[in-house]
Structures are given as structure tokens and as C-alpha cells.
Design a protein around this ligand. Sequence first.
Ligand code: FMN
Length: 252
Amino acid sequence: MNSWKSILQSSLKDNIEKVGPSATYAAMATVRRDNTPAVRTVVTRGFAGENHAENFGWHSDLLVVITDKRSDKIKEIQANPNTEINWYMNGTMEQFRIRGKVNIVEKNYVETKLEHLNSHFDQVETAGKYDQKSLGLQMFLKQQESGTTNTFNWQAERLRHFYQFGANMRKDMTIEKKQALQIDSIDEHGWFKSEQVQDLLEEAFENFVLLVIDVTSVRHWSPTTGTKLHSILLETTTSYDDVFNTLATTCL
Ligand SMILES: Cc1cc2nc3c(=O)[nH]c(=O)nc-3n(C[C@H](O)[C@H](O)[C@H](O)COP(=O)(O)O)c2cc1C
């Protein structure tokens, strides 16, 4: 496992214990078409193919954020995929500045455009019986199995995040935003089914987009250790940071 990933996961666990789910909030920056920065709060959704409660059969170092395809950030990312996510974890006062490139996984994504992400995955065994697994995991596995290759299936990943998103959040992905969108069951391909709101679910799924961050460097600051840089593409720490670290550590 990447060193930055294990540090981040362990810090996140500590912070969720201390402050709850708000530990997953982070500020995500993109570049506007006029070259000015745009920053907004997002919820980080963990690593592609992974879930803290169940084994989905994959491990990766690709961070996932969920968004609506109608949001401004989509056009910005299409024009310039560079991002920096500033993830401040209040419970332990740690900061992770995560740089990378954003890949958009939408309804009609082009598989070949995401092939470069395959090397980020390791496949592991999933044990246990199908009917004992959560509906989200069943969805994922059925969709994964209906694919033609043995590589990671992004449609399966999109489906399981859509399921985990919850009925109230799915509602916000429709124009009317009127009623919670329950998923009752799934079909043989893992596709969601509902007696009452199938059309609205389809509409919500159309707008439901995964932002997959291919991380190039992580700059970790903690009150005890100062800055530690974990680079995939090497990058030097500026002396500015070191000065700040000394100051900040002294202040704390
Ligand atoms: C606590 C919090 C969490 C949020 N989580 C998300 C998120 O996960 N994804 C998202 O697209 N927007 C999220 N938002 C809304 C964004 O901050 C932003 O307002 C919205 O995405 C539109 O941004 P854009 O116009 O730059 O695309 C969140 C806002 C708050 C305050």
C-alpha cells in the first residue's frame, strides 16, 4: 500500500472517531475557464473499489468524489483536469494537500479513456455467499461480472456509489427534488429497480457522476511531524512551508 494512503486512512479513522462524518469534508480546487481558481467543499468517498464495511474484491489508490454532471466543476475539469484537494482533519489538526488529475466517470463514459487507471488496482478474493452480501455489493458484483473484461468495471462502481448515496441524496440529482428515491431491488445485471420511482431513479443516475482522482502527490502536515511529502511525481517542498511549519509547531 502507498505510504500516503495508509497514513491518510489511519488519520481519517481517528478523526471520524473524534468528530464524526464531517471528517470526510474537504476543499476541492479546480481551474475556471478564465484561469482563476474555484474551490468548494466536497465529501470524500474513499478509494475506488473499496468500502470500509465490506470486501468488494479490489484495492486502489484512486480517491472518489461524487458530483452532479450539471455542476460548474464538470466543465472546468473537462477543460483542465488538474486539482488540489485540501483535506483538513479537525480532530487531529492534520492537513493533507492532495494533487492529482480528475477523471470523470459519467453515464456514457468511454472505457478506453479510463484504461490508464487499471494499473492502480489490485484484485483480491471476495468470500461468502451472494445473498448474504449487501445490495450495494451484489449490484457491484453482478455488474462487474456482466462486463466483458476482468479489469475494474467503472459502471459497477458508479452503481454501487449510487446505491450507497441514499434515497434522500439521490432525490437531489433530479430536477424536481420532490421525493426520496428508494431502490427496492436489482435485476440480473445489478441494475436498480423500483415500483414507484424508476423514471426518477434513471434521471438521477443520468446526473450522477464520479470524480476519480489519480493522485500525483500528497503533502501531509501534522502538528507533531510538520510537513511530509509523499510524491508519486517528485516535487520539492518549498522553504516557505518549512518556515510555516516551524512557526505553526511553535504556536501549538
Ligand atoms: C458539507 C458540504 C459537502 C458537500 N459535498 C459535496 C460533494 O460531495 N459533491 C459536490 O459536488 N458538491 C458538494 N457540496 C456542494 C459544493 O460545495 C458546491 O456548492 C457545488 O458542488 C457546486 O460547485 P461548482 O458550482 O463549483 O461545481 C458540498 C457542500 C457542503 C457545504
